[in-house]
Design a protein around this ligand. Structure first.
Ligand code: HEM
Length: 211
């Protein structure tokens, strides 16, 4: 079937995606240095960069939540059972045999049912876990030792445990995510779409989009 370029990712969506990718990479790089996994920038620099990237990430998250609700994009994250079985079959077998994707991407439905579940757990579990534990970590380090005793009750070991667990989950998510982006009709199709906003969709889908 003939294909047509459809504008699928808006400017803000692309900006948010790539700035989030950059900030999470910086946070992972500096976070694991703070953790003691390696020495690259020096502890002080790593901690300073980690803190400023974290503040920027929180600002970005606030804007992206606003964007999701004002554009109605949040509706794309409503889980569905429709095509779920077919999508599981595709990911566990079909993809290795070069079969076609069972769910066609459209501007209004960019994610298949598995992606919906994956992104929903990222946004509702992993990101809040990182932000919440990271903020408690900040509060402990910078208010408790600065003599503000309000957060005296914090158990730093427990906070660090949840923060590091979240960091591993986020890394795992990122590795799987990057691999999955290569399973489009060409290896770089999805990457190009997130860079330019345009993706080649089958004519029939594209027409549905413009109605
Ligand atoms: C808004 C999000 C985040 C906030 C507020 C935050 C905050 C912090 C703070 C305050 C520390 C301690 C710094 C110090 O000792 O001076 C820390 C440590 C750390 N962060 Fe984050 N962080 C965030 C996101 C992330 C992300 C996305 C990752 C990784 C993907 C990450 C990985 C780590 C790791 C591995 C440590 C070391 C923990 C330890 O070994 O005790 N953080 N974070």
């Amino acid at each position: 079937m003939a294909k047509k370029a459809v504008y699928i990712y808006e400017r803000f969506e692309r900006f948010w995606h790539w700035s989030q990718a950059l900030l999470v990479s910086l946070l992972a790089l500096t976070g694991f240095e703070i953790h003691g996994s390696y020495s690259l920038l020096g502890f002080e620099n790593a901690a300073a960069l980690h803190n400023s990237s974290a503040v920027l990430l929180v600002v970005l998250i606030v804007f992206s939540v606003f964007w999701h609700f004002t554009t109605d994009a949040w509706r794309q994250y409503i889980p569905t059972r429709k095509n779920l079985q077919a999508q599981i079959r595709y990911y566990t077998a079909g993809v290795f045999r070069g079969e076609l994707h069972p769910v066609k991407k459209t501007r209004r439905r960019k994610m298949n049912p598995i992606q919906v579940l994956a992104y929903l757990s990222l946004k509702l579990v992993i990101v809040p876990l990182m932000v919440f534990s990271g903020m408690l970590y900040m509060a402990y380090r910078y208010t408790y030792q600065g003599d503000l005793r309000a957060l005296d009750f914090l158990n730093l070991k427990a906070v660090a445990f949840w923060h590091v667990l979240g960091a591993y989950l986020l890394l795992l998510f990122t590795v799987v995510h990057v691999y999955m982006t290569t399973t489009g009709s060409t290896v770089t199709e999805n990457l190009k779409a997130m860079l330019t906003g345009y993706e080649e969709l089958e004519e029939e889908e594209a027409e549905l989009e413009s109605t």
